[in-house]
Design a binder for this molecule. Structure first.
Ligand SMILES: [Zn+2]
Length: 397
């Protein structure tokens, strides 16, 4: 095999991927481009389309090289967020233009760059050592930036049903806040959202005794959620944090007491909670606030309800020392820096993978993801390729 067919150049790999306009849910040729890189390396590639009610069909890819253990999974997504205002870009978002050692394009960082680097690392490993004593698989979705219904979760189930078993996984999402080597993610906080609705009685502002203003209660409820911290955080997790994301009354009038007020909130929680215990705590806070509102007054009992957004994400923490150490040592040996082991940031597809095998996340620098002129330094792309290669050397040693 020649060097070209072996996809050892991460820049060439990334150019091929970025030139595919794979805005969720469009495949855009991106999975085809990846398949064209993996087949010459010996991977058997399967493309699977998943469907569900009220959401677009999405194509996904699962590829495996080898049949022995240990089996390493690399997980990621080829779909990208829309470019937004194309006129605001200095180069077309799907051209993969290179300016001053930077490649500009949608998905360069999030996360076609991670995929391009991992393919290059596998290619260079195979060129030097032949196929690993074990297996490598790619679990790549086209539905990470969208509703995430026809993506990683279903692809994992699909592979699991075929008997696939993994000993470890890397998610190649951007994890470094500023520079390569900053941060490996070894877990994530959970996420829970809800909406509180207070039902009052509409009336004239000059006759408040005939009405019941729901704003009085919604303010008290928001305070009850914000006043007392949920916890102080743990050694591995930041403190649980609740943010009120919207308070809505929708009342255009100055002389009417409205009939209803709502408040929406989101909680990012650490491993001292699960969705159920947190829901219970929040309910208690609201019940106590409602009790305080009515004690000692002639007021009506506060009539409120709370609805929870479906599918809260649990928190998780990876405890696999071998997996974490292999990535940590790979980062240290290439960058000379000790990466922080972190659980910060938003949710990722690692929340699904953790049910099948231990998972760590390491990728590029995330600063320009989802922005106009999303871009990656080619030196970072090469550094990431070296890190993944070092990881493979250690993992399969
Ligand atoms: Zn991403």
């Amino acid at each position: 095999m020649t060097q070209e067919t072996l996809a050892t150049n991460p820049v060439a790999n990334l150019s091929a991927l970025v030139r595919c306009a794979s805005v969720t849910p469009a495949e855009g040729g991106a999975l085809g481009a990846l398949e064209a890189m993996l087949v010459p390396l010996g991977f058997s590639v399967e493309r699977v389309t998943f469907s569900d009610d009220d959401t677009a069909d999405v194509e996904n890819l699962y590829a495996r090289l080898g049949s022995a253990e240990p089996h390493l999974m690399f997980a990621g997504h080829t779909d990208v967020v829309p470019p937004g205002d194309v006129a605001a870009w200095s180069k077309p978002p799907f051209e993969a233009a290179i300016v001053d050692d930077m490649m500009i394009g949608r998905g360069t960082v999030d996360m076609k760059g991670g995929i391009a680097a991992f393919v290059a690392a596998c290619a260079s490993y195979i060129a030097e050592n032949g196929p690993p004593k074990g297996s490598i698989s790619f679990l790549i979705t086209g539905d990470e930036e969208g509703p995430s219904i026809n993506g990683t979760e279903k692809l994992l189930k699909h592979a699991d049903a075929k008997g696939e078993v993994w000993q470890g996984a890397i998610v190649g999402e951007p994890t470094n806040p500023e520079a390569m080597g900053d941060m490996i993610k070894i877990g994530r906080r959970g996420s829970l959202s809800g909406i509180i609705t207070v039902h009052g009685v509409q009336g004239h502002v000059a006759y408040p005794h005939l009405a019941d203003n729901p704003i009085r209660a919604i303010v008290a409820f928001c305070n009850a959620l914000l006043e007392t911290p949920f916890d102080e955080g743990t050694d591995t997790f930041p403190a649980t944090n609740l943010e009120i994301t919207s308070i809505d009354v929708g009342n255009p009038s100055v002389n009417v007491i409205p009939s209803k007020a709502t408040a929406a909130f989101n909680v990012r929680f650490n491993d001292r909670w699960d969705a159920e215990s947190l829901q219970m705590d929040i309910h208690n806070r609201l019940d106590q606030a409602a009790e305080r509102l009515r004690s000692g007054t002639e007021r009506l009992p506060v009539d409120f309800d709370i609805t929870w957004k479906e599918r809260p994400s649990p928190s998780f923490l990876t405890l696999d020392e071998t997996l974490i150490a292999a990535m940590q040592q790979a980062v240290e040996s290439v960058t000379g820096r000790t990466p922080k082991l972190s659980t910060t940031g938003g949710t990722s597809d690692a929340r699904f993978i953790k049910d099948y095998c231990p998972v760590v996340e390491f990728g590029l620098v995330g600063q320009t993801m989802h922005m106009v002129d999303e871009r990656v330094a080619l030196s970072d792309l090469r550094t990431l390729t070296q890190i993944y290669r070092q990881f493979l050397d250690r993992w399969f040693a």
